[in-house]
Design a protein around this ligand. Structure first.
Ligand code: KMH
Ligand code: ZN
Length: 281
């Protein structure tokens, strides 16, 4: 079992409107402050969707670069750009996000119904993202929305080799309407399908956030939390800010005696920096 817990913060996403959720960080300054505050309470990775000046989701490269630079200025978090974008984003724009030179990027492993929409991830796009990230030394976080997506991951690695850095890290995105449910049983079903040596995190959308977090910790997994996935802290109580969600995850990780990994520890775990060679006695 992994000794510490990697906490990824997904603060914004592409689905919620600022007008509906005033606490959602969307400006460059808000995202930079969210990164700083999230790191202070235990986050090590930032899963980043960018918004434009009108608060709408955007993959505009200058804007993405500006937000990445601001996050690197305000924090030491591993910057993981979303290549999933919004359900309406075309594949070429999603691939072009890699030009912003993040440390890491998400890589969704299959098409899934996404509420009333379809989040499209055909095989050729998966392969293109995987190979481009290999060539650019960008660390993928493989996102599985359903059990079959893990079979796709095994096929991808068999045919196209390991990712940059050599380590495979998977995020189980659970509770999306159309994907696998956010339950302990579904999480347990995924575990035998993970590639050997892989680490995993889990995130439960909406009200599945807490059960998924507890199930992931009990299974030696890592956590992703944030307002991309969860807008209600408790029944009838809106999330105050992203730091509130990170602090809760960090508290549960400490109770599990697997405290939050620092950003340096996270970089080593993910293969962004080499592990120090064990001293030979
Ligand atoms: N916004 C969703 C359609 C990712 O970031 O890689 C896709 C998503 C996945 O959030
Ligand atoms: Zn995302």
């Amino acid at each position: 079992m992994t000794r510490g817990t990697l906490i990824t913060l997904a603060p914004t996403g592409a689905e919620s409107a600022k007008a509906d959720v005033p606490a959602l960080p969307v400006t460059v300054e808000e995202v930079a402050a969210t990164a700083r505050d999230g790191q202070a309470v235990g986050a090590a990775v930032l899963h980043l969707h960018v918004r434009d000046a009108d608060t709408r989701p955007t993959l505009d490269l200058p804007r993405v670069r500006e937000v990445v630079a601001a996050v690197r200025e305000s924090s030491d978090l591993v910057v993981q750009l979303s290549t999933g974008g919004a359900v309406t984003d075309p594949a070429d724009a999603r691939l072009a996000v890699l030009d912003a030179e993040p440390d890491a990027a998400s890589l969704s492993l299959g098409t899934v119904n996404f509420g009333r929409d379809v989040f499209s991830n055909p095989w050729d796009l998966i392969v293109e993202l995987h190979t481009q990230m290999q060539q650019r030394s960008i660390i993928p976080e493989y996102e599985a929305f359903d059990l079959g997506h893990l079979a796709t991951l095994t096929r991808l690695l068999d045919r196209h080799g390991p990712p940059a850095g050599g380590h495979v890290h998977v995020d189980l995105v659970m509770g999306v309407p159309g994907g696998m449910p956010g339950t302990t049983a579904a999480l347990a079903a995924c575990l035998p399908a993970l590639p050997p040596g892989a680490t995993f995190a889990a995130t439960g959308v909406g009200r599945t956030s807490l059960p998924v977090m507890l199930a992931a910790l009990s299974a030696g997994g890592h956590l992703r939390v944030g307002m991309e996935d969860t807008l209600t802290y408790a029944p009838g109580e809106p999330v105050r800010d992203n730091a509130q969600l990170v602090a809760r995850a960090a508290g549960l990780a400490r109770i599990a005696q697997r405290p939050p990994l620092s950003t340096d520890e996270a970089r080593r775990m993910l293969g962004l920096t080499p592990n120090p060679v064990e001293a030979v006695p």
